[in-house]
Design a protein around this ligand. Structure first.
Ligand code: XLS
Ligand code: NI
Ligand code: NI
Length: 438
């Protein structure tokens, strides 16, 4: 097969003294950090849709980057794209990829034809995975692009659309199993609404719960042992997305009895669109036993939409990796670059530079997060801050045995609270700076 990315070399770790922009300065895949190789901590994945498919078009302009990979015939292009995908992962030392059904093979005129296309291209992808020793982090179904999904998929008012979506997801799960995917993601693309004037929210939510139930149960039946994830997002494309944020999704999963089998795929840009920090959403997932996987990207704080930029802010990657380490690390999840180079960064080299900067930012974040934990001052401060729950009345509260009468008696005897201590936010921020910058 011809080389598609001739201008991209095999990118190697060269350490911080290098000036080579096609080298890693922090990501050293086989280096061990707290007993585990960096590649196993970070489990980087390439997003097939951005890296191989997105050409840079936006609402005001057409593609700036050619992603046809040498053919205008959709099936030939899809196969070339698969070769290009594995060449790229190989050159960048990315061990995993994530895909939508429609990224890897073109949609046909009928569902049957679409399924056939998918089978044909994923036969090739399976061979390439073995040849290049690459793995699938997760698969998903694109139930938002085709006009049939204009009113949603599982939440469409049209039962025919629900049935079609169920069949499409069934096939996407089968395909994920075929490729040995570690996970399966549900991003509720158009699962939301624009106006209550035409919407039966109760029915839509019940239907969405039912779609997740029957498709996920089917996956287990055919031998899927990985994790199911919901990817929360508050808005865009619809005004009110049902999977608003991590907390909303955890409530939804509990209501529909899905909480045992589903975790969350947290995306940084979606967190900030919901008015939260990335670390907040990861923390919510963790404390609800729903920490799963991550879509690593970032939004622009001055723009209100999903810009899917490559993450290069080391504060964010540090706080993210702290959450990951505190969750005990990834099991089936990983860091998927659901990110695209800017429209003006249209060359193949930009694909490499953007992944290198994202990977190095998280590698540096991991190195610092490990230092923060080994330093111990932040953990010690938090432990002390809650020490009143370790004994006496606090312990009785934490154990769930304190009665309301007992608490009243305690408060009456106390007269008033005199023991509050400082939260020391700025002191702690400075500790973090000193660990980061010396
Ligand atoms: C879009 C989502 C999408 C999912 C997969 O905003 O982030 O890319 O990750 O469908
Ligand atoms: Ni995403
Ligand atoms: Ni997104």
């Amino acid at each position: 097969m011809k080389e598609f990315f001739e201008s991209i070399p095999h990118v190697k770790y060269e350490g911080t003294s290098t000036a080579n922009p096609m080298a890693f300065r922090y990501y050293n895949p086989d280096e061990e950090i707290c007993g585990k190789k960096m590649r196993d901590h970070l489990r980087f994945a390439m997003a097939y849709w951005h890296t191989l498919c997105a050409g840079g078009s936006d609402m005001f302009g057409v593609n700036t980057s050619d992603k046809s990979f040498g053919s205008s015939d959709p099936m030939t292009s899809a196969k070339n794209k698969a070769h290009a995908a594995f060449e790229f992962m190989d050159k960048l030392s990315i061990d995993y990829f994530c895909f939508h059904d429609r990224d890897v093979a073109p949609e046909g005129k009928t569902l049957e034809e679409s399924n056939r296309n998918l089978d044909e291209v994923t036969d090739l992808i399976k061979d390439l995975m073995a040849e290049y020793n690459k793995k699938c982090l997760w698969g998903t179904a694109n139930c938002f692009n085709n006009p049939r999904y204009m009113h949603g998929a599982g939440t469409s008012p049209n039962a025919d659309v629900f049935a079609f979506a169920a069949a499409q997801i069934k096939k996407a799960i089968e395909t994920t199993v075929k490729l040995g995917g570690n996970g399966y993601v549900y991003w509720g693309g158009r699962e939301g609404y624009e106006t209550l004037l035409n919407t039966n929210m109760a029915l839509e939510l019940d239907n969405m719960g039912y779609l997740l139930k029957i498709t996920s149960e089917y996956g287990r039946k055919i031998g899927f042992t990985g994790d199911y994830y919901i990817e929360p997002k508050p808005k865009e494309p619809t005004k009110h997305q049902y999977d608003f944020d991590a907390s909303t999704v955890c409530g939804f999963l509990a209501k529909y009895g899905l909480d045992k089998d589903f975790k969350l795929n947290i995306e940084a840009n979606h967190a900030t669109l919901a008015g939260h920090t990335f670390a907040h959403e990861l923390n919510v997932a963790r404390v609800n036993n729903a920490f799963g996987s991550i879509d690593a990207n970032v939004g622009d704080m001055l723009l209100g939409w999903d810009t899917d930029q490559f993450p290069t802010n080391v504060y964010d990657s540090t706080l993210c990796m702290l959450e990951v380490l505190r969750a005990g690390g990834f099991t089936n999840g990983g860091l998927n670059f659901d990110a695209k180079a800017r429209r003006g960064s249209f060359t193949y080299e930009d694909l490499a530079y953007s992944h290198i900067s994202g990977m190095d930012s998280f590698a540096l974040g991991l190195r610092i997060a490990d230092k923060v934990i080994r330093d111990g001052r932040l953990d010690e401060f938090v432990a002390n801050r809650y020490a009143s729950y370790n004994s006496g009345i606090g312990k009785r509260i934490a154990d769930g045995v304190a009665t309301i009468e007992e608490l009243e008696e305690y408060a009456l005897k106390m007269g008033d609270v005199t023991t509050n201590t400082s939260g020391r936010q700025e002191y702690l921020e400075n500790i973090l700076n000193s660990i980061m910058f010396g």
